[in-house]
Design a protein around this ligand. Structure first.
Ligand SMILES: C[S@@+](CC[C@H](N)C(=O)[O-])C[C@H]1O[C@@H](n2cnc3c(N)ncnc32)[C@H](O)[C@@H]1O
Length: 253
């Protein structure tokens, strides 16, 4: 925990929603996804499995929930089990930059807050490759809602999430469009995951208290959060999320 980025840290502490737009962005994503029973859906970078479980439960789709982190996969497996959807959610190890799935294998491909951590164009081309022609790719990313001050940019990308990269909505649209997606739809909003209001609305009061209690009783988590929060607060006024939904060009099948 002492070195973890905010997502891994809060995932380890039991937070269920760990992406910039929170539950609101996931509901927007589900609203655009046109999910139907029996569809094959990939949730890559699934974290603790929250969205994968929601898709399987509410829309009766078959979900492959994949992540590169063993810690996240352990929690996803436990959550899938507890939610009683093991028959509809397969939890697997996979790297978004080299997906171990055939071209066109999935009807829907979901990536909530993942490409930003890696080679974005390579990851996006993998999302499009494994989606069938006519299928949908849906991704949530960070974006700068207004140009950050050098201090805010450094605090977030240089210190809190070193290696993460993102720019503006237009930049994301250009990347997804040049990877072969058409009919792009976009939704945007503020970054509220780490604000008190966003935290409670994402987790509910019960889980918010459980997460905070674990944070307070773990010395490593407490120190990490005390270091992280002032830096995140510096960046929050400039940060937002963008949700992009696009269709892979080609015929529906
Ligand atoms: C910000 S969290 C989002 C988790 C989940 N999608 C959610 O919204 O709750 C980013 C996730 O991407 C995963 N990740 C990072 N690099 C990855 C890679 N190369 N391939 C697959 N997953 C990756 C992390 O382990 C983490 O679970």
């Amino acid at each position: 925990m002492a070195e973890a980025d905010p997502y891994l840290l809060f995932g380890l502490l039991g937070k269920q929603v760990i992406h910039p737009g929170g539950r609101k962005a996931t509901e927007e994503l589900l609203g655009l996804a046109a999910l139907a029973p029996g569809q094959q859906v990939l949730d890559i970078g699934c974290g603790v499995g929250t969205t994968a479980i929601a898709m399987a439960k509410r829309f009766m789709v078959a979900v492959t929930a994949a992540d590169v982190s063993a810690d996240m996969l352990d929690r996803a497996i436990a959550n899938v089990e507890a939610a009683g959807v093991r028959d509809r959610v397969s939890v697997e190890a996979a790297d978004i930059c080299a997906l171990p799935y055939a071209d066109g294998h999935f009807d829907r491909v979901v990536a909530e807050a993942v490409t930003m951590f890696v080679d974005r164009d390579r990851a996006i081309s993998e999302l499009v490759r494994v989606c069938r022609p006519g299928g949908l790719v849906l991704a949530t990313e960070f974006q700068w809602r207004q140009p950050p001050t050098p201090e805010a940019r450094h605090a977030f990308l240089g210190e809190v999430c070193p290696g993460m990269l993102f720019e503006t909505v237009d930049d994301w649209l250009a990347r997804y469009s040049s990877a072969g997606l058409v009919d792009l739809q976009v939704k945007t909003g503020p970054f509220e995951m780490m604000t008190a209001r966003g935290f409670i609305s994402d987790e509910g009061i019960g889980n918010a208290i459980r997460v905070m209690a674990r944070a307070i009783t773990s010395g490593a988590a407490r120190h990490r959060i005390a270091w992280m929060m002032p830096r995140i607060s510096r960046a929050v006024p400039f940060l937002g999320y963008v949700l992009i939904c696009g269709r892979r060009a080609g015929h529906d099948s």
